[in-house]
Design a protein around this ligand. Sequence first.
Ligand code: FMN
Length: 206
Amino acid sequence: MIFNDLRQYLATLTELGQLKTIDGASCDLEIGAITELASFRKSCPAVLFDSIKGHPKGFRVLTNFLSNRLRERLVFGVSNDLTDPEAVLYWKGRLKNYDPIKPVEVKDGPIKENVFQDSAVDLTKLPWPKWHERDGGPYICATSSVTRDLESGYINVGSYRFMLLGKNKIVAHIGSGHHGDVIRKNIGPRASLVRSRFVSVKSRRC
Ligand SMILES: Cc1cc2nc3c(=O)[nH]c(=O)nc-3n(C[C@H](O)[C@H](O)[C@H](O)COP(=O)(O)O)c2cc1C
C-alpha cells in the first residue's frame, strides 16, 4: 500500500489497532515516559499525543510510528505474508529496479498550508517534548530538513534532530559527511534552512 500522507498512514494504523491516542500529556518528560512505556508493551503501539498541555488541540506529537515489524512493512510496502528472509529478498529486488520519479515543480501544495516568516516565526507554538530528565533541552527528532547550497543551488533533504533554543532558534547536529553537513561547511553561517517539516518521533525497536 502506498500512503499519500501521514494522515492516511494514521488512519490505516487506527484500522489495524496499531495506534493509541493520548490526550492531555505534558511535553515535560511525560510524553517521553509514556512513549518509553508503550514501546516496552507487547503490542508496542504507535502513540499520538493530542491536546498537549499548553497547546491547542491539533498540535500533535506522534511517537513509535515505525517501531514494529508490521508498521515498518506497511511503510516500505513489504507484504506481511512474507517471512523475514523472503522480505529481504523482495527488498533487494526492489532496490535493483530502483527508478526514482523525477520531481515536478509546482507553484503551490499542502506543504504551504502553514507558512510563518520573519517576526511571525514562533517555534514555541509547537509542542517540543523534553524526553529525558538529563536532556539539554526539548527536541524534535524526525524532521525533513530542506537545505540549499547557496553557491551551487543544490537542494538537499535530510532528517536531523533539532533542539529548541528560542522562538526562532534551533540547533542541529548534522553528522560529518552527511550532505547537510557538506552544505553547512560550504556555506558556513550563510547556510539556509529552506524549510522543515516536523514530525516528532522517539522509538524503540520491538
Ligand atoms: C528519526 C531520525 C533522526 C535523525 N537524526 C539525525 C541527526 O540528528 N543528525 C544526523 O546527522 N543524522 C540524523 N539522522 C540520519 C540522517 O537523516 C541520514 O543519515 C540522512 O541520510 C542524512 O542525509 P544527508 O546525507 O542528505 O544530510 C536521523 C535519521 C532519522 C530517521
